[in-house]
Design a protein around this ligand. Structure first.
Ligand SMILES: *Cc1c(COP(=O)(O)O)cnc(C)c1O
Length: 393
């Protein structure tokens, strides 16, 4: 067994080369010349933003997307110089910081632009992507008058209209009707921009689902997040029609830190939530809901020695108990997401337990879980904001 290069009994392994593999798998399906923007928001969907961004850039990604300015600054501070787009509206007062660091922002209404203009002091241009709401109903302009209200503000000095984009609500679904409604609406909407005399901007619309389902309609650039990390958000029928070999990047492991033999009828956990139905071995595992292993996984199992070990009772904040298939020593590795001796628990399995999606399973993993990086199986560093050296320095 590999020794783990972190101080904790619980850790996530992140195989960065698989981000590269997934990018190549997606890109092979796109028309040539389509740019690839890798979404690394929410700490790279839980994998580590800087590490994921660098892996994506190394695999040929052209640009990065984040959710907030602070996430963009974190990438810049690490030395990343690739184009970055902030997808959610920034505070108007933050635009100068964005300009200074060559961070492109999303503009989704004229009022925001009006408020933001005076904050832009830098001589560097304010890079903007216009967000069109073609049917997602989240952010963006919906009709031409909203566009016309923006035009004079966009024409002012120091503003660069770099892109125009939209977001799909149903690209993952086998039923294409609403996707095409949105696509056609966006075709019309982006013609407004050209008709107002803007040139040299790019148009983009595809998230992972759209890039996989409708690769030929990728326009100038795709914005891919989930699929980078091995998640295929498409419905079963779409996956069958558009097969793609996406590999999960992250696996989650912990250790048994105490082993006990309990007699039939003895109880375990808060509220005596488990009562032993027979004499059996139980193990305490060093992971809990504060690590992002949420209480909703109660009743599910993890892998010990390649066998399913059911969770006994409720998940505590730092710890949980499992039923063991026999006696195992303290220090035995437990796999919560990933493979062990030919058996596998996927992030999709855990998501299904809580009526959610794999993206949430991953982004819930808290900063208490050290991320240990590998590149083609070779150790490539540890990120751990709670390591003893991190908290004592
Ligand atoms: C997060 C996000 C993406 C990436 O979506 P995935 O489904 O993870 O590929 C693309 N565009 C926007 C606007 C987003 O917020």
């Amino acid at each position: 067994m590999r020794t783990k290069p972190c101080h904790r009994h619980t850790w996530a392994e992140v195989h960065l080369d698989r981000i590269g593999h997934n990018i190549r798998e997606i890109r092979r399906r796109l028309p040539s010349g389509v740019k690839f923007m890798a979404a690394v928001k929410a700490d790279g969907y839980g994998h580590g933003a800087v590490q994921s961004a660098n892996a994506a850039l190394k695999a040929g990604a052209d640009a990065l997307a984040v959710g907030m300015i602070s996430e963009a600054l974190q990438l810049r501070q690490s030395g990343i110089r690739a184009p970055i787009l902030v997808l959610s509206p920034a505070l108007p007062s933050e635009v100068d910081l964005a300009a200074k660091h060559d961070i492109a922002l999303t503009v989704s209404e004229a009022a925001w632009l009006k408020e933001a203009r005076p904050f832009h002091q830098s001589r560097k241009p304010l890079r903007l992507h216009i967000k069109m709401d073609s049917g997602m109903g989240r952010i963006g302009i919906r009709d031409r008058s909203e566009w016309e209200a923006m035009v004079p503000l966009l024409r002012s000095d120091g503003i660069m209209v770099e892109g125009v984009y939209t977001h799909f609500a149903t690209a993952n679904q086998a039923d294409s009707a609403y996707y095409f409604e949105q696509f056609d609406r966006f075709t019309e909407m982006r013609s407004w921009v050209a008709e107002s005399g803007f040139t040299g901007f790019i148009a983009h619309c595809s998230n992972s689902a759209a890039a996989l389902h409708y690769p030929e309609l990728s326009l100038d650039m795709v914005r891919v997040g989930a699929a980078l990390y091995g998640i295929n958000p498409c419905e079963e029928e779409v996956r069958r029609r558009r097969p793609v070999d996406l590999q999960p990047v992250l696996s989650l492991h912990s250790e048994i830190i105490q082993v006990k033999f309990v007699k039939q009828g003895e109880s375990i956990g808060y509220d005596r939530s488990y009562v032993a139905t027979q004499d059996e071995w139980l193990g305490t595992v060093a992971i809990g809901y504060a690590d992002g292993y949420c209480k909703g996984y109660q009743g599910y199992h993890m892998l010990v020695d390649g066998q399913a070990a059911p969770i006994a009772g409720n998940v505590c904040m730092d710890l949980l108990m499992i039923r063991l298939p026999g006696h195992y020593p303290v220090g035995t590795v437990v796999t919560l997401i990933g493979r062990q001796n030919g058996r596998e628990i996927t992030m999709e399995d855990l998501a299904a337990r809580i009526g959610s999606i794999p993206q949430q399973v991953l982004t819930m993993l808290s900063s208490r879980v050290p991320r240990i990086y590998y590149n083609k199986g070779i150790y490539a560093g540890t990120a751990d904001s709670h390591s003893l050296s991190a908290v004592t320095s």
